[in-house]
Design a binder for this molecule. Structure first.
Ligand code: NCD
Length: 271
């Protein structure tokens, strides 16, 4: 990527996504423009998104964009001449995280087909879940358990789409019932910032927590994934167990995003 410039437009907080895209760009010899707050740019003076995107497009070869509004990346892609990568748009989608999640399962188990996967937590608002489930429809997992209390269950439009595409899903409220079957447990944070009503968040914030004790009847081969950041949903004691795969998953974000940038920019050699 020598000579290429990537614009990182992060209008919502980010640690892994932002820095792994930046690290991936540097490792491939490219450079980045970092656009990280409204306050620091003319958006604060009232410039509209469309003009802001036009400028980023003129000054770079590719835009990576995150926003709390659904559809922002799609909108940016309609305006920009250069490619746009969605790094998360509100509760909607986070496709490059899903690629990392799938890659992690592939690295850990050698295949995604045949796995029994449980996704746990805020299935209603976690955009990583939506993208992961859409991604999984391209494979043949043996079973995907959607584990959540009713208040956090998957939105109907997502449920309908994945079942139409034939993903073998089953909704349950009990982790303990399905835990012994799981190869992968994918945990998510309660998406506090997406709750329209703070009282709604208060009702759900402590509904589940993974501890070494909770994992008592899990398979030895179980691996826990999490897109991170994790708050209270995983006891830090779990980090020390062989179950924890989330730091590997975060590390593999860099090679995954290197591959993605190379493909999108067409700067790779066939091997
Ligand atoms: C996720 C996100 O931003 O959606 N984080 C990430 O990109 N790894 C998950 C989250 O914030 O809970």
């Amino acid at each position: 990527m020598r000579g290429y410039i990537v614009a990182l437009a992060f209008l919502e907080p980010s640690t892994r996504t932002m820095y792994s895209f930046q690290s991936a760009t540097y490792r491939l010899g490219g450079k980045t423009l970092v656009f990280s707050s409204k306050e620091a740019t003319s958006l604060a003076k009232g410039e509209n998104y469309a003009d802001t995107i036009r400028m980023l497009d003129l000054y770079s070869d590719l835009i990576v964009i995150r926003s709390r509004h659904e559809g922002t990346a799609k909108y940016a892609a309609e305006i920009a001449e250069n490619p746009v990568i969605n790094a998360g748009d509100g509760r909607h989608e986070h496709p490059t995280q899903a690629m990392i999640d799938l890659y992690t399962m592939y690295r850990l188990f050698g295949a995604i087909d045949g796995l029994v996967i449980g996704v746990l937590g805020d299935l209603k608002y976690a955009r990583t879940i939506t993208s992961l489930l859409y991604g999984l429809t391209r494979f043949k997992p043996k079973k995907v358990y959607l584990i959540s209390p009713g208040l956090l269950s998957l939105r109907k439009e997502v449920y309908d789409k994945i079942t139409e595409l034939g993903l073998p899903v089953e909704e349950t409220t009990s982790l303990q019932e399905v835990l012994p079957e799981l190869d992968v447990l994918y945990v998510t944070r309660i998406q506090k910032e997406r709750y329209p009503d703070p009282l709604e968040y208060e009702k759900v914030k402590n509904l589940y927590r993974i501890t070494p004790e909770v994992l008592g009847n899990a398979k030895k081969e179980l691996r826990i994934l999490h897109p991170l950041p994790k708050i209270d949903e995983i006891d830090p004691a779990v980090d020390e167990t062989p179950y924890a795969a989330y730091f590997k998953q975060a590390r593999w974000g860099v090679p995954l995003r290197m591959a993605l940038l190379s493909l999108v920019l067409g700067v790779y050699e066939e091997v």
